[in-house]
Design a protein around this ligand. Structure first.
Ligand SMILES: *[C@@H]1O[C@H](CO)[C@@H](O)[C@H](O)[C@H]1NC(C)=O
Ligand SMILES: *[C@@H]1O[C@H](CO)[C@@H](O)[C@H](O)[C@H]1NC(C)=O
Ligand SMILES: *[C@@H]1O[C@H](CO)[C@@H](O)[C@H](O)[C@H]1NC(C)=O
Ligand SMILES: *[C@@H]1O[C@H](CO)[C@@H](O)[C@H](O)[C@H]1NC(C)=O
Ligand SMILES: *[C@@H]1O[C@H](CO)[C@@H](O)[C@H](O)[C@H]1NC(C)=O
Length: 726
């Protein structure tokens, strides 16, 4: 942290310098000074450590965050983007999540790969989508998608404002803009273990660093150097297009931009460059699900974990504790962590019941291969499932809690020959989770760009393993950033996420080779104190991807007129929630500044001020988690909790005994590699009272004799071909 401070101040000074030198001189001369400055600080620090009495014990290790670049941003003047052709039908008609625009159109623009070099040195295209044709009096409202790696087009009109045309720009490298992909490497058999699509979002699976290297080499050759696909360049793209549209329509009406999640990094770069590299063209900036200057992916597992902790410690009252069977006092989050550890230990120690086996075979065993975890471990696989539930918000999070506690009860149920009554619901939840995890690989294969995600991730939002003290860990024994100390902490304390740090670290070197490290001042900047710019910060308090602390930090750092709304129980990105509608509408409908001159808080008499007050005094500011249900429902006799077609219990008189339930039972046990699955299911049916002649094929597996036979009578019970399950 020391050296970051030095580095930041120095580069700030550089940027404030009048730009009388040529860019190259600035870059070289100052670059050398800064480099030696930082380097000498680093030497001094290491000197002190070494000088401090021989080899320091490991717990005194001083770690250095991976520093951002101290090379100054070259002097750039952003001009108008050059349209490629006219507005036309979009590449693929899409349904926007919140409304459809029958007259939506798309247009491509040519932008420089590298703004310091201009178009002739290399250029790419980016695609803009708009809701309808613009008149001179129309303003602009831009939605900026997240990821990094998600295109923006599907966000068109997520928020609208009267008198403004809705626009989106696909971030360079994503969607309908020049897409970062390496089809030759990707399609070569063996490079990607699960077909020819990348693991989305979280990691690249167990793709080798060599494959990623080859991919980035292909991109460098066929598209352009990956290091130009930065958040800052995406902000320049947006500015050049806003100006081009204004020039074309002759409009000087208000412009707003609205970033979701990583789109807030994109928007913050815009704020930082606005008034520097291009005029102050945007007066309303919404940032929702906020990444502040201190946000980085090293903390990603901690973020999801903090949302889980908050859910348990803040939103589960005495009644809820009762439903969960939790102790009346003490940290519920800690208690929950012990439940996860108990499950992990039971399975690791080999006391495998049906539930444990099912989780292992269905997900945990292959989760490292598929990119969900760094190693095949029950605890980490549960963490991956927990993370997925966090992304879906508080209701899903309560379901995860119920799932884990039911799983523990099931694991404790060690009567090995009969199927535990928790099995059916637990297996169903595992199936659902596996389906969600698989969807990350399979759905919308082109809409998320995993390569861009990692390039920007490593360039703009990565400092290595996290600084644990900032998260209140007093005993961060190996210093702030060692992978080893992180892993120790992760194993002990993180239950709502897989080990994202290890997952990402695997690719750090190769992305640094082709990618970039963004200028430190730019990474931490939040713009300048323009009197005609207002920023609205919105965040959910159960956001596990961009927790509240970052929204608060970003808000503090903003030098302009600003407002903030925190939505209790809100998940990641809340600005489209009905609770925030009035505030958001008032914000984009308000004049350039709602703040009295010289103030950074909106006047309470302004429309925005009124809307904020209404939020604070309304029921949205007192939302509770209403979905605690206790543990998952149990059925001794196998009632299915899914829409699988089997809604009958095993048991006397149920048709399900003979077809769907039996088939489903066998299918589930086969997936868990339980031996003699048909015998187990047949005797289970018999135990539950199924008797007599089955309607399906007349197989007497549930006859009176069978009920006593169990699996001992395997041959008679289980070898009727009619019952072979596909
Ligand atoms: C775009 O880049 C190519 C080289 O990649 C160059 O030939 C072309 O002239 C550039 N376009 C413009 C408008 O400068
Ligand atoms: C991926 O995982 C499989 C199974 O664990 C392993 O055999 C393979 O070597 C791994 N591939 C890479 C590139 O790590
Ligand atoms: C905002 O103010 C700056 C100077 O303070 C001015 O140059 C710019 O044109 C203004 N922008 C808008 C959109 O009003
Ligand atoms: C708040 O109250 C209004 C009207 O009483 C109701 O329609 C709305 O659903 C409530 N919202 C919440 C979050 O409870
Ligand atoms: C059992 O049912 C099948 C048809 O479902 C029938 O053919 C067979 O005769 C029945 N057996 C007995 C013992 O009732």
């Amino acid at each position: 942290m020391e050296s970051l401070q030095v580095e930041e101040d120095a580069t700030r000074a550089v940027r404030a310098e009048p730009r009388t030198w040529t860019p190259i001189k600035v870059a070289v001369a100052v670059g050398v000074v800064i480099f030696s400055l930082v380097f000498s600080v680093f030497l001094v620090v290491s000197g002190i450590v070494r000088g401090g009495g021989g080899n320091p014990p490991p717990h005194d290790e001083v770690c250095q965050d991976l520093p951002y670049s101290s090379v100054p941003v070259p002097a750039i003047k952003v001009g108008f983007a050059e349209p490629v052709g006219d507005w036309e039908a979009c590449p693929v008609p899409t349904r926007s999540p919140r409304r459809d625009f029958p007259n939506e159109m798309c247009r491509r623009y040519r932008v420089p790969l590298d703004y310091s070099q201009g178009l002739v040195a290399g250029n790419i295209t980016v695609t803009v989508k708009r809701s309808h044709a613009a008149k001179e009096s129309d303003g602009q409202l831009w939605m900026m998608g997240g990821g990094p790696g998600s295109p923006s087009y599907s966000e068109l009109g997520s928020i609208s404002s009267p008198g403004k045309v809705d626009y989106t720009l696909d971030h360079r490298g994503t969607g309908w803009s020049t897409l970062l992909d390496c089809p030759k490497v990707r399609k070569q058999p063996g490079n990607l273990p699960w077909g020819n699509s990348w693991m989305k979002w979280v990691g690249l699976g167990n793709v080798s660093a060599e494959t990623v290297d080859a991919c980035l080499a292909e991109i460098s050759e066929d598209i352009g150097a990956p290091k130009h696909f930065t958040a800052a360049n995406a902000a320049r793209d947006l500015a050049s297009i806003i100006m081009a549209i204004q020039a074309e329509t002759g409009s000087t009406a208000d412009v707003g931009i609205h970033g979701f999640s990583y789109g807030t990094v994109w928007a913050r770069r815009f704020l930082e460059l606005q008034g520097q590299e291009f005029p102050v063209i945007v007066s309303h900036v919404g940032i929702d699900g906020v990444c502040s200057g201190d946000y980085d992916y090293g903390q990603y597992a901690l973020m999801a974990n903090s949302a889980g902790r908050r859910l348990l410690d803040e939103y589960c009252d005495a009644d809820c504790r009762g439903k969960l069977g939790a102790p009346a006092t003490g940290s519920l989050a800690a208690w929950f962590g012990r439940a996860v550890k108990e499950i992990d230990k039971a399975i690791t120690d080999g006391s495998e019941g049906f539930c444990a086996k099912y989780l292992w075979e269905r997900f945990a065993k292959s989760s490292a291969l598929s990119g969900w975890t760094a190693k095949a471990s029950i605890k980490e696989a549960l963490g991956a499932i927990g993370y997925l539930h966090v992304t879906y918000g508080s209701k899903a999070m309560t379901e995860f809690v119920a799932f884990v506690l039911s799983l523990r009860r099931c694991v404790r149920d060690t009567a090995a020959t009969t199927i535990p009554s928790d099995f059916w619901a637990v297996a169903h939840r595992i199936d659902l989770s596996v389906r969600v995890a698989t969807r990350y690989l399979e759905t919308y294969p082109s809409s998320f760009d995993a390569i861009l995600h990692h390039i920007v991730g490593f360039g703009d939002m990565w400092k290595g393993p996290p600084e644990l003290r900032a998260w209140g860990v007093k005993d961060a024994r190996h210093g702030s950033c060692s992978l080893e100390s992180w892993r120790h902490f992760f194993d002990e304390e993180v239950f709502w996420a897989p080990d994202f740090v290890t997952l990402m670290s695997r690719y750090q070197d190769v992305f640094n080779k082709y990618g970039y490290r963004e200028n430190s001042a730019l990474v931490h900047g939040s713009g300048r104190p323009w009197s005609n710019v207002t920023v609205l910060v919105t965040n959910g308090d159960l956001d596990g991807q961009t927790p509240l602390r970052f929204a608060r930090a970003a808000f503090e750092a903003l030098p302009t007129c600003k407002a903030k709304v925190e939505l209790p129980t809100g998940r990641h990105c809340v600005s489209t929630d009905s609770c925030l509608q009035k505030v958001v509408n008032a914000f984009y409908g308000s004049p350039a500044s709602s703040c009295p001159s010289g103030w950074v808080n909106p006047a309470s008499s302004s429309d925005l001020g009124q809307a904020l007050e209404a939020f604070d005094s309304g029921n949205c500011s007192a939302k509770k988690v209403e979905t605690w249900t206790g543990l998952l429902p149990v059925d001794d006799c196998g009632r299915e909790h899914s829409s699988s077609g089997c809604d009958k219990s095993f048991g006397a008189g149920g048709d399900g005994v003979c077809d769907m339930c039996f088939a489903k039972c066998v299918e589930l046990l086969d997936k868990a590699n339980v031996p003699n699955s048909r015998c187990v299911c047949a005797s289970e049916a018999a135990r539950c009272g199924a008797r007599g002649n089955c309607t399906a094929g007349g197989f007497a597996f549930c006859s009176k004799e069978a009920s006593h036979a169990g699996c001992d009578n395997e041959d008679e019970l289980c070898q009727d071909p009619a019952l072979v399950v596909a």
